[in-house]
Ligand binder design. Structure first.
Ligand SMILES: C[S@@+](CC[C@H](N)C(=O)[O-])C[C@H]1O[C@@H](n2cnc3c(N)ncnc32)[C@H](O)[C@@H]1O
Ligand code: SF4
Length: 400
């Protein structure tokens, strides 16, 4: 049995002075999409392991109780400013299961006034009743995995929903009382054309959502997609094509009134940005509950065992599900702040960089990668070309 780890006062002293979030990982999917390497399992993969949604929920309740205890008790922990139930496929739990998850957060950390409460959902496991149930339970935001509206692209991605289902689900969510609705897109899939992406963007706009996340397809090792590409059945994604598609996404969304606020995220206003993810990117604190979940509090980062059966067994024994942790050094924390902060539209304060980083910022602006007027105002803000080359800009800014 792993005893619960103790947090040093240096990590917990500022608790509650920074945004505090709770992430809950739901490790179940109806089927595995060919491109996905998230920590998630189908029913047949879990057969014989003893893991089940009911066992998982009980274990999450225990983990949240333990979290409050190790952070100093119920009088001392901050209420959650944001909750994010992610996966996997949280919508497989239904509205009743997701109500139980939120109740577990309410009775442990509690919810701050005006908390943002998000769940991810797969369009095919939603309905008007599902969304009404979520709104009733206190969910304020839903993020739907749309990926594409083009049938051929959905087939390559192994997605099960019909092309029109995500838009219908987004409308049902709004009608059911969910204030904020986001759609996820993937671009650069082998075989996708510009017109396919345009059709997906038209569909997104017709759904009337307030937030879009758009990701270039990543070929993850060990996935069915990687095997198909290795066997020559599918072409590998091409970086230049992905860059052109990113520009298309940005053009269409910005013309429709959505502005980028993080390299892969657009919203209709500051109020409709995802506050939970802003916490991740802005050095916030969060407890990550569930199999394989990661947490971060004041420079201490930890992660749980990945398999749902091992996760539940660790907690049933009265122990902690933690698999490892690290205390970030001041240098590592600085690197994280630069890595994540520069991807935000508000950018980074130049005064937070070393001499080498500030000189690199001037060169990056000369190369058209950082915005010159923001630089003059003391901030490093990516231009659109810079957003396409964000990793290279980060490396340069980290020069001493
Ligand atoms: C956990 S999933 C979202 C919830 C839900 N399971 C779904 O797929 O609809 C988070 C998002 O990550 C993105 N994603 C996952 N694997 C990816 C990959 N290999 N390349 C690009 N985006 C990926 C997809 O857009 C997906 O919607
Ligand atoms: S439904 Fe989402 S989490 Fe599940 S396999 Fe597909 S992309 Fe991954």
């Amino acid at each position: 049995m792993t005893p619960p780890a103790v947090f040093p006062p240096s990590a917990t002293d500022g608790l509650g002075t920074r945004p505090f979030g709770v992430y809950v990982h739901v490790p179940f999917c109806a089927s595995r999409c060919g491109y996905c390497d998230f920590n998630t399992y189908t029913a047949s993969e879990l057969e014989g392991s003893g893991a089940s949604p009911a066992g998982w929920l009980e274990a999450v309740r225990r983990e949240l109780d333990l979290a409050v205890e190790v952070l100093g008790g119920s009088g001392r922990v901050p209420a959650a400013d944001t909750v994010f139930v992610g996966g996997g496929t949280p919508s497989l739990l239904g509205a009743a299961g997701l109500t139980d998850v939120l109740d577990a957060v309410r009775t442990t950390f509690g919810l701050a006034e005006g908390a943002e409460v998000t769940t991810e959902a797969n369009p095919e496991s939603t309905s008007p009743e599902f969304f009404a149930g979520l709104a009733e339970a206190g969910y304020t935001r839903v993020s739907l995995g749309m990926q594409s509206a083009a049938p051929g692209v959905l087939a390559v991605l192994d997605r099960r929903h019909t092309p029109g289902r995500p838009v219908a689900a987004a409308r049902e969510a709004r009608a059911g009382g969910i204030d904020q609705v986001s759609l996820d897109l993937i671009y650069g899939t082998p075989g996708e054309t510009d017109d396919d992406l345009r059709a997906s963007l038209d569909a997104v706009l017709s759904a009337g959502v307030d937030h879009v996340s758009a990701y270039a397809l990543i070929v993850e090792d060990g996935t069915a997609l990687a095997r198909r590409i290795r066997r020559g059945e599918l072409a590998a994604p091409v970086d230049d094509v992905a860059a052109d598609r990113y520009e298309l996404v940005d053009d269409v969304l910005s013309k429709s009134g959505m502005a980028w606020y993080e390299v892969s995220n657009w919203s209709t206003s500051d109020a409709t940005r995802c506050r939970h993810n802003l916490g991740y990117w802005g050095d916030g604190d969060w407890w990550g509950a569930g199999p394989g979940a990661h947490g971060h509090i004041g420079g201490v980062r930890w992660w749980n065992v990945k398999h749902p059966a091992r996760y539940a067994a660790a907690l049933a024994d009265g122990g902690s599900p933690e698999a490892g942790r690290e205390q970030l050094t001041a240098d590592e924390r600085h690197e994280e702040r630069v890595l994540l902060g520069v991807r935000l539209a508000e950018g980074l304060r130049l005064s937070s960089l070393g001499d080498g980083g500030r000189a690199a910022a001037v060169r990056a602006a000369e190369d058209g990668l950082l915005d010159t007027s923001s630089l003059a105002a003391g901030r490093a803000v990516l231009t659109r070309r810079g957003r396409l080359l964000a990793d290279a800009v980060v490396r340069a800014l980290l020069e001493c």
